[in-house]
Design a binder for this molecule. Structure first.
Ligand SMILES: C[S@@+](CC[C@H](N)C(=O)[O-])C[C@H]1O[C@@H](n2cnc3c(N)ncnc32)[C@H](O)[C@@H]1O
Length: 260
């Protein structure tokens, strides 16, 4: 049994980035195809709200995009900016709330994958976020938004595991649904990181609340905000050749929203 450290996983960007940073290729290729095929303008400037450690921003910057992002967590932002500094690039990330921010110069495209949007705790925060994003993205640009919807009946995705290793550091992570309260629209999610280094082994235990969205609730929100048109929808296979039709049974979805 590993010794337990209670803490917020996002306060450990090195471990977060090892686990999720190794899994960037499918998302990266998908984003590039989406920028090329679904934006109705040339994409040069790209923004990521809730950018975390910048695992995708750094790949896009290496491909020549002009990138920026924000995140609520100062440790994640510092980690992201340090990885750019090591390459001699300017810091792309700032600490900010994705539900209330402004950008100085607008972007051609934006993206927000793996459920970060669901951290926004209320309908008002979600609406404010989509309006901030509408101010940040130029007309005919796109916003690629990936999240798990709550399907009708019993959701089937309840537990996920990832493992990653770099040198002497290994991290096994687990994420599982503790409970879903459809009325209050809250999914309680448990998360652990088992961390193995040559000198220490421990388990970081965290819990977070994700706001739930049925397809209908998500579409009503988008209609209310009005600034975004759904250009295409995909699942987490990230196959640009295979758009999906979202219905009441859909779980993972990537909306490609186009700025009107
Ligand atoms: C699942 S991580 C995703 C990080 C990154 N987008 C990625 O793909 O690796 C979720 C991130 O959302 C950030 N976050 C949560 N609420 C936020 C808010 N209101 N504004 C900005 N960032 C937020 C967390 O600090 C965390 O870094």
């Amino acid at each position: 049994m590993l010794p337990i450290v209670q803490g917020a996983l996002y306060d450990f960007p090195k471990y977060y980035d090892l686990v999720f940073g190794s899994d960037w290729q499918a998302e990266y290729c998908f984003l590039r195809h989406a920028f090329h095929q679904l934006a109705q303008r040339t994409v040069r400037r790209v923004f990521e709200p809730a950018c975390g450690t910048g695992r995708l921003l750094v790949k896009l910057a290496a491909a020549g995009y002009d990138v920026a992002g924000n995140d609520l967590n100062p440790k994640a932002v510092a980690f992201c900016n340090a990885r750019f500094a090591r390459r001699g690039w300017p810091p792309p990330a700032v600490v900010a709330d994705m539900a209330s921010f402004r950008v100085r110069r607008r972007f051609d495209a934006a993206f927000n994958l793996i459920n970060s949007f669901r951290h926004l705790p209320s309908e008002q925060a979600a609406e404010n976020h989509l309006r901030c994003m509408a101010d940040a993205v130029l007309p005919r640009g796109i916003y690629v938004l990936g999240l798990h919807l709550t399907p009708r009946g019993r959701p089937t995705v309840t537990s996920e595991r990832w493992s990653a290793r770099r040198g002497n550091l290994a991290v096994n992570s687990r994420l599982w649904t503790v409970s879903v309260d459809r009325r209050r629209r809250q999914e309680r999610v448990g998360m652990t990181f088992d961390v193995y280094t040559p000198t220490r082994q421990f388990r970081i235990v965290d819990e977070t609340i994700f706001r739930t969205y049925t397809a209908r609730q998500m579409h009503a929100l988008l209609r209310r905000v009005g600034a975004w048109q759904i250009a295409a929808t995909y699942d987490f296979a990230y196959d640009i050749q295979r758009p999906i039709v979202v219905n009441g049974r859909t779980e993972d979805v990537v909306y490609v929203l186009r700025r009107r």
